[in-house]
Design a protein around this ligand. Structure first.
Ligand SMILES: NC(=O)c1ccc[n+]([C@@H]2O[C@H](COP(=O)([O-])OP(=O)(O)OC[C@H]3O[C@@H](n4cnc5c(N)ncnc54)[C@H](OP(=O)(O)O)[C@@H]3O)[C@@H](O)[C@H]2O)c1
Length: 303
């Protein structure tokens, strides 16, 4: 039995990883969360322990580590206040926390770490999000641990925050004035992402490697929004906002408590989130098409 500490394991990708770990029978997992009462549904999973902990507290992290064979780090955020080269919240969640996880793992002799970053993360990227993700990757690569990094394009699946958002908006919006309409994505299914990550724990050859994760097909954002709204039963006209209006829209949305779009998100979309040289997934998996999965949950969500 391998014991895995899954930091950020209560989220969208984390839940798919827990299902995959559970399905394979040979794993047990510990999942720290800031709010255990929000994640009661996960406590019924076999061999999964949900514990309330502040993972930013190094001593709490060190107490979590003993008894585990590997750590998976899934913590990621999309929005940040300004304040550092990456934004204060990006620095805390993507760089400082990653360093704390690495240090805590080393302190108890855990050798193996799997880290989830984002496709097109780079120190030269136009967005603070992608620069902070690159800094997180660099921290893991410099750790001396046996690391594997995954860099997914946008991830779809039941409960996603992407297609579901547009499907929900289509219920109330008569049309979509869309920022970043021409940005291109290669959406990858959450279960394919989870299977790749879990497989890497069993595969020595994945150590020291970085894998980009993409689905089988490239779409523009406009195509995805149109697809989500039509599949949810509310087909909507999608039209591209000119850049200046897109920036104004994003700036205004930044005042919302949970903004659907920020200026930094727009900067992220200046680079296509597609796997140019890498068609699909590692470990000989076949990437699942969006059209094979999304209708099931988009139709349900629209009722
Ligand atoms: N979803 C995508 O389309 C996508 C695409 C590319 C890359 N990624 C990357 O994949 C990883 C997983 O994404 P996801 O969609 O599963 O994210 P998610 O659903 O937002 O889950 C992330 C989890 O991390 C924890 N978390 C969030 N902010 C935190 C903070 N500031 N400090 C400590 N813990 C925090 C939360 O756990 P608690 O609230 O329980 O503490 C949350 O459940 C992230 O690194 C993300 O950047 C995702």
């Amino acid at each position: 039995m391998k014991n895995i500490l899954v930091v950020g394991g209560t989220g969208f990708v984390g839940q798919a990883i827990l299902s995959e770990l559970t399905r394979r029978m040979t794993f047990a997992a510990t999942v720290p969360t800031r709010r255990r009462e929000h994640n009661k549904a996960l406590t019924v999973l076999p061999r999964v322990k949900i514990v309330e902990a502040d993972v930013h507290d190094s001593s709490a992290l060190s107490r979590l580590m003993p008894g585990h064979d590997a750590v998976i780090n899934l913590v990621g955020i999309l929005h940040s206040r300004e304040g550092t080269p990456y934004g204060a919240d990006f620095a805390r969640a993507h760089v400082e926390l990653t360093q704390k996880i690495v240090d805590a793992a080393q302190s108890v002799g855990i050798q193996r770490i799997v880290h989830v970053s984002a496709l097109k993360a780079s120190h030269e990227a136009p967005s603070a999000y992608l620069r902070s993700k690159a800094a997180g990757e660099a921290t893991v690569q410099a750790s001396g641990l046996a690391w594997t990094i995954f860099r997914p394009s946008v991830i779809f699946g039941e409960g996603d925050a992407f297609l579901n958002l547009f499907a929900r908006l289509a219920k109330i919006a008569p049309f979509f004035p869309l920022a970043g309409a021409k940005a291109r994505f290669q959406p990858v299914w959450v279960k394919d992402v989870a299977a790749s990550i879990v497989e890497s724990l069993l595969c020595e050859e994945s150590i020291g490697k970085t894998f980009d994760l993409c689905g089988p097909k490239i779409y523009t954002l406009a195509e995805l929004v149109h697809y989500a709204s039509a599949t949810a039963g509310h087909p909507r006209l999608v039209f591209a906002l000119p850049d200046w209006l897109a920036w104004c829209q994003a700036w205004l949305m930044e005042w919302l408590p949970n903004p659907p779009m920020t200026r930094d998100n727009l900067r992220s979309m200046q680079e296509d989130s597609i796997c140019a040289d890498c068609p699909g997934l590692p470990f000989s998996q076949t990437a699942t098409p969006l059209e094979a999965v999304a209708p099931h949950y988009l139709k349900q969500g629209s009722q």
